[in-house]
Ligand binder design. Structure first.
Ligand code: APR
Length: 169
């Protein structure tokens, strides 16, 4: 499995699955969540609402992941995951690592060969980018799957990119 890091907008990535840094409601928000819903179009929110009305009545717990279609995105799937929120005292690295491993497990289930990740929890949820990079790269590097051939970390600033690139050189 190839692992790379790039600076860019995750909504424009030509990959099979784009990972969304969602919140437990799955009903949208700001940051990556807002960008993905804007780019995907209203069908994405409709699919998320359907999940809440069926298999996820209480929302998506922290560290879990679930796939939907991707609406107008170039990707085929959006894999929603909920990062730990440092501002709420959720500082367990295992919870953040689970966002990456669970998203890859879901990617394997749907048959995605390429997956783009944002820096989950590195924005609104207040985790230090250096910690996100260390935990994310370790979690993805330790993943053993047969479908996923490419993981791309898509960072939104040179500083964030540098944290990931330094671990991937
Ligand atoms: N492409 C790639 N990265 C992006 C994009 C984008 N279009 N937009 C923002 N980012 C970056 C941010 O700069 C940050 O480094 O993604 C990282 C994650 O930031 P957030 O989107 O704030 O995600 P998170 O910290 O996990 O907080 C999730 O914020 O938007 C709400 O609904 C969301 O409640 C949830 C919370």
């Amino acid at each position: 499995m190839r692992i790379e890091a790039t600076i860019g907008d995750i909504t424009t990535q030509a990959v099979d699955a784009v990972v969304n840094a969602a919140n437990s409601s799955l009903l949208g928000g700001g940051g990556v969540d807002g960008a993905i819903h804007r780019a995907a179009g209203p069908v994405l929110l409709q699919e998320c609402r359907a999940l809440r009305a069926s298999v996820l009545p209480g929302g998506l717990p922290v560290g879990r992941a679930v796939a939907t279609g991707a609406g107008n995105l170039r990707a085929r799937w959006v894999i929603h995951t909920v990062g730990p929120n440092a501002h709420s005292g959720q500082t367990d690295p295992a919870l953040l690592a689970a966002c990456f491993t669970e998203s890859l497990r879901v990617a394997e289930e749907v048959g995605a060969a390429s997956v783009a990740f944002p820096a989950v929890s590195g924005g609104v949820y207040g985790w230090a980018m250096s910690d996100v990079a260390r935990i994310a790269v370790a979690a993805v590097s330790g993943f053993t799957g047969r479908q996923v051939e490419l993981v791309r970390f898509v960072l939104f600033s040179p500083a964030a990119h540098q944290e990931f690139a330094a671990l991937l050189d």
